[in-house]
Design a protein around this ligand. Structure first.
Ligand SMILES: Nc1ncnc2c1ncn2[C@@H]1O[C@H](COP(=O)(O)OP(=O)(O)OP(=O)(O)O)[C@@H](O)[C@H]1O
Ligand SMILES: [Mg+2]
Length: 174
């Protein structure tokens, strides 16, 4: 089954963070989110925004030298894996990864493709694409039709609010 992905056109880190805040409302403990996209596309920026919305106050950076990072957010724990440097999990790594994303945390995995076999079924999959300058196109896929419909409505609301908060080109005051 393949449905068309939802999309979010981001014009800067703030707009990507707004998507993160929206996701923080939709995600539940135990959910896994896969994040794809080139270097610098904004995957960690998005995770940071979700973590902030879930009450994580300390720094949120890519867990480059550890397999996974865990944050105790006031609203929910957050797990963050960056598999960029993993060629494919050996047994020990696979177990660490499974432990990291299992349980009560809302879990995010950047560069998931090399370690897919070690991961449970994701709830949401996101792809961030560079669009020139600060523009990014975010594609969002979820298998659960109810979740997808809810996110679609929330994205439409967010889009309307975002457009309203920007001055129209050529608009005159008064
Ligand atoms: N619209 C945007 N959305 C997200 N980040 C943006 C946007 N425009 C500019 N940026 C900048 O791009 C950079 C994105 O870096 P980030 O670490 O989030 O990327 P990443 O996808 O996690 O990369 P990596 O694969 O190296 O981990 C940040 O410096 C951020 O400020
Ligand atoms: Mg990153």
């Amino acid at each position: 089954m393949s449905t068309a992905p939802l999309t979010w056109e981001s014009d800067g880190p703030g707009a990507t963070a707004a998507l993160g805040a929206l996701l923080a409302e939709a995600l539940r403990p135990g959910d896994l989110v896969l994040l794809r996209g080139e270097l610098g596309a904004g995957k960690t920026t998005l995770v940071r925004a979700v973590a902030r919305a879930l009450g994580v106050s300390g720094p949120v950076t890519s867990p480059t030298f550890t397999v996974a990072q865990r944050y105790e957010g006031a609203r929910a724990p957050v797990a963050h894996v960056d598999a960029y440097r993993l060629g494919g999990p050996d047994d020990e790594e696979a177990e660490l990864l499974r432990d990291a994303v299992a349980g009560d945390a809302i879990a995010f995995v950047e560069w998931p493709d090399a370690i897919l076999e070690a991961l449970p079924e994701p709830r949401i999959e996101l792809e961030l694409r560079h669009g020139g300058g600060d523009r990014r196109l975010v594609l969002l896929v979820a298998r659960d039709p109810q979740l997808l419909a809810g996110l679609g409505r929330q994205l439409a609301d967010l889009r309307a609010r975002h457009l309203n908060s920007e001055p129209e080109p050529g608009a005159r005051p008064g």
